[in-house]
Design a protein around this ligand. Structure first.
Ligand SMILES: [Zn+2]
Length: 412
């Protein structure tokens, strides 16, 4: 089944590449007709990218030592924290409009995020990719099953998975203090592009969760001994990574709309390639951010296919599914294996991540799948769950009460 999915994805890639080729030649001939010089000459030459090494944490380095660091086997809990996009401009996010309290509940600011990264680093966590924590193998009964891998970590370190939900740069976020899209900056590295409160265009590596982590790892190489960064959880209904790569079914789909979509697809490809090259991975958050606990099986099937067509075709195959709203399919996917879960598993997903009060995980016995929970650093837990997060950071040191709305705080 996985092989079939991979083949299907490969076929879709080819189809979309063919379509892109058409779009590009149409644009080219329009320029020739106008007699303009080709604008390509002006494109700045990007510097040669710095080499980036990604290694496998499930393999013990030869002799147990790498770069003078002793490695040791680790079979304990793998902690998992997830973020939403971070607030670049609190004055736009917390301006008292209809979105302000939601942003306060579910997001952290850039300053808070910086402090959280520093704190988990100081407390001895090191990054691992979610895709390296479990593997698919064949059980004694000949059936495929998931197993938890032993991780080989620098001695004394603790593993941490990071994931980032809704890294789509939704329309509503753009006027609310978030960055607009990921771009490749003049230094050849991933940066964000957006507008500051005065409306000036800003390209930066200091305003968005993704380049901020890139920079943090550059400055603290031992935070990511295997090169892992985080897993980006993508929907598809407003495109991905700030590029409007989606089809819209509620408007008439004109040739112009399709040409624009193809342009966005071409523009996002180098971003995806650079993210992958530098340790980022991708998971599904469903195409439409749908509730898997309440939608019909038919609509979930259509949504999943659309995710493969419009997102999987760009980012490649994934085995990771992040439940929108943290909502589990079929009631309780930990005790039951219902038709929705079975369908999603049949489509190649193996790790099913929800949201909870601890980094819980459970390997299912009746199907080749893992379910897990993630903790959520955000306004809600900064305000109300200080104790539960002390192993990572102290909310008292992190929360920027001066920029957030005046709302209840348990520890104040
Ligand atoms: Zn979400």
């Amino acid at each position: 089944m996985r092989r079939f999915t991979a083949l299907l994805l490969a076929a879709l890639m080819l189809l979309s590449l063919a379509a892109c080729g058409q779009g590009a030649s149409a644009g080219g001939s329009a320029q020739n007709a106008a007699g303009d010089p080709t604008p390509e000459e002006e494109a700045p030459e990007l510097p040669e990218p710095e080499p980036y090494e990604i290694s496998d944490p499930t393999v013990m380095p030869e002799g147990g030592v790498r770069d003078g660091v002793t490695y040791a086997a680790y079979d304990g809990i793998v902690e998992h924290l997830f973020f939403h996009p971070v607030v670049a401009y609190p004055e736009l996010a917390f301006d008292g409009d209809a979105q302000a309290n939601g942003i306060d509940d579910y997001m952290v600011t850039v300053d808070e995020y910086n402090k959280i990264l520093q704190s988990v680093y100081d407390k001895g966590y090191v990054l691992v990719d979610i895709g390296d924590v479990w593997s698919e193998t064949t059980g004694e009964d000949g059936q495929p099953k998931m197993v938890r891998n032993t991780l080989y970590l620098p001695e004394g370190k603790k593993p941490l998975i990071l994931s980032y939900d809704d890294t789509n740069y939704y329309e509503y976020m753009l006027a609310n203090g978030f960055t607009y899209k990921l771009v490749i900056g003049e230094d050849g590295k991933i940066a964000s592009w957006g507008k500051d409160p005065q409306g000036n265009e800003v390209t930066s590596r200091d305003l968005d969760a993704i380049p901020i982590l890139d920079k943090f790892v550059e400055e603290h190489l031992d935070f990511s001994p295997f090169g892992a960064k985080g897993c980006l959880s993508l929907t598809g209904y407003q495109g991905i990574l700030g590029y409007r790569t989606q089809t819209d079914q509620d408007v008439e789909w004109t040739a112009e709309r399709e040409a624009n979509r193809q342009k966005e697809i071409e523009a996002v490809k180098p971003i995806i390639a650079e993210l992958k090259r530098t340790g980022w991975t991708f998971g599904s958050h469903t195409w439409g951010h749908i509730r898997l606990g309440t939608k019909s099986l038919e609509s979930i099937q259509a949504d999943t296919q659309r995710w493969f067509d419009e997102v999987g075709s760009l980012v490649g195959p994934t085995t990771i599914l992040f439940y929108p709203h943290g909502e589990r399919p079929d009631g309780n996917d930990w005790q039951n294996t219902g038709p929705v879960f079975q369908y999603l598993q049949s489509q190649g997903f193996r790790v099913f991540a929800s949201v909870g009060i601890e980094s819980f995980s459970y390997i299912k016995k009746d199907l080749c799948a893992v379910i897990c929970d993630r903790l959520h650093p955000d306004g809600t837990t900064l305000r109300h769950s200080r104790d539960r997060y002390l192993q990572f950071y102290d909310a008292k040191d992190i929360m920027d009460v001066t920029v957030r709305p005046q709302r209840e705080i348990d520890w104040a």
